[in-house]
Ligand binder design. Sequence first.
Ligand code: PMT
Length: 310
Amino acid sequence: MENEDAMRFFIENPAPPTLSDVENKVNKFIDLQPENRNVVLVTSGGTLVPMEKNMVRYIDNFSAGSRGAASAEYFCKAGYAVIFLYRNFSMMPFVRHFEGPWTNLFAKKDDESPLSWEIKDSLRNMLSNSLEDLELMKEQNQLLCLPYTMLTEYLWYLKTVAEGLKCLRSRALFYLAAAVSDFHIPAQDMSEHKIQSGAGKDKLELTMRPVPKFLRYLVDSWAPEALIISFKLETDENILIHKARAALHRYNHQLVIANLLTTRKRSVAFVIHDSVMWLHLSEDDLRNGVEIEYYIVSQCVKLHKEKNLT
Ligand code: PMT
């Protein structure tokens, strides 16, 4: 019955024209991996749901992509091959260090001469290290970046990557940090053209339908042998752990990482079976610029190793 929901979703929302290109890239990337290398799919950013077929308006899910981009980087450094499924124009691993206004990169000495501009000392090493890391990832075939924008693209690509990774069995890890829409307007109910405002219209009523929870299909049939880690974002701390536990029991995967919108960059909770382990950045970490994703990824790599030993 539930699998029927997923099938129906893919029938009602046909594959994007880019799907075969994505499929080729994924299969080629997986073929290039040495036998002893694990592969992780990191999803990142938020999905967009259009309100019109000729889209002028849309509903978006919040995420800057910082969690996904930083995590992808730490997985690469831990020796994983990373398929990075990210919202187009959101943050990307390694490149994220170059993002922000260009002027932030430069320092200006006191005088007015243009010759007084120079790259900030503190950034010089970091920028050249990031470029070197990127070169290395390219050389070692360790990073494949796949952009999506729409919810339908995200779900078609997720399914395609899962199918590609199936042959790796327990060497595959799914790290689902993207914020995926729970509701959408099915194609057949969507207005063809821009929804009109005008005389006599004092409100806009939209009917959105639930998006099937694809985590279930991932666990049950698309990637039954892989380690699957999902994230739970809430704004109310009183329900966070309860919701994370409920997701873990409902989908029966290995780990939910729970976070609150306001504190997500310095605290997360690992919810596994019946235990909850909080991870907080220390004052020292904050002072030294240590990112919480460094610890999150270390824990996930450890869990993956342990799972594959049993
Ligand atoms: O990018 P940043 O700004 O750094 O923010 C990072 C983050 C807060 C977005 C990230 O840490 C996070 O919490 N991501 C998950 C957000 C969330 O709660 O998503 P969700 O409720 O849409 O989904 C929860 C889980 O169910 C996800 O793992 C998702 O893959 C899955 N899901 C969701 C909807 C759906 N239709 N099917 C699904 O399988």
